[in-house]
Design a protein. Structure first.
Length: 264
């Protein structure tokens, strides 16, 4: 006689809830549509057979008596179905998947692409941080003139027009430290050649360039390094890793856009 408790990985003292949970877990694991191995189909049939007995209250009582060596009582007659051609389906054969389950299955199918996005973003974030941390290149430029620039409804800045035709936009408070006709030192990143700061050649006052990825948008590489690390090395939960991959992809595209935004 088969030990149905052993098939479901339970003991004879298992409750009804534990039997249902064990059946659902094994049925999902060994379903032929989910598990292509040769043994999956036979195991799936045994799991269904076990649950057909243990999941039915009267059949379970009779089966437990057989396990204890006690002859089961004669089964009570069941009322026949009105349709002679009716055959009961095995448990779980007609249960529909919830929307959550369908969404998780789609996420699991595309999880490899989400992980790839997290890994690429991690490399990109590491390059950005290295670019910001490495020694900067410095060039000397002459300020030809300064003009007022209105950017938003309330925000405004001062634009420094340099001799070589380049333009730098600074905050009004920082721009007061620079004068027309003076030389300034422009500090750029070593990899992407992004302007980071300008410095007065005489007073050595240094001001950050706000509209640049290493200025007002510095939050993007900082957040990206954290989310890409989680997306690459955190291995629990399909939904969490998939969503991190999507977030990392968006942050990577946003950082590429910010690399192009600066007034130079």
């Amino acid at each position: 006689m088969k030990n149905y408790y052993f098939i479901l990985g339970l003991t004879i003292y298992a409750s009804e809830t534990e039997i249902k949970q064990a059946y659902r877990k094994l049925a999902l694991q060994f379903h032929p549509d989910k598990n292509p191995s040769q043994q999956a189909e036979s195991i799936f049939k045994e799991v269904n057979e076990a649950y057909e007995i243990l999941g039915h209250h009267e059949k379970k009582i009779a089966y437990d008596q057989l396990l204890r060596g006690v002859s089961p009582a004669a089964p009570t007659a069941t009322r026949p179905h009105r349709d002679p051609a009716y055959r009961p389906r095995p448990p779980g054969s007609y249960s529909r998947k919830s929307r959550k389950q369908e969404m998780l299955e789609v996420m699991n199918d595309y999880l490899k692409y989400a992980l790839m996005a997290s890994r690429i973003t991690l490399v990109f974030a590491a390059i950005l941080i290295a670019d910001y941390s490495l020694p900067r290149e410095t060039t000397k430029r002459e300020v030809l003139n300064m003009s007022y620039r209105r950017e938003y409804r309330s925000a405004s800045s001062i634009q420094l027009n340099l001799k070589d035709g380049a333009e730098i936009s600074l905050r009004k408070t920082d721009a007061k430290e620079f004068r027309q006709g003076e030389n300034i030192l422009v500090h750029r990143s070593s990899i992407f050649d992004i302007p980071i700061a300008v410095e007065n050649d005489k007073t050595h006052f240094k001001a950050k360039i706000p509209v640049a990825i290493y200025g007002n948008f510095i939050f993007c590489p900082m957040v990206m390094i954290i989310t890409s690390l989680l997306g690459t090395f955190y291995w629990k939960g399909v939904e969490f890793r998939f969503n991190l991959g999507v977030v990392n992809l968006l942050l990577g595209l946003l950082s590429l856009l910010f690399l192009r935004i600066h007034f130079f």
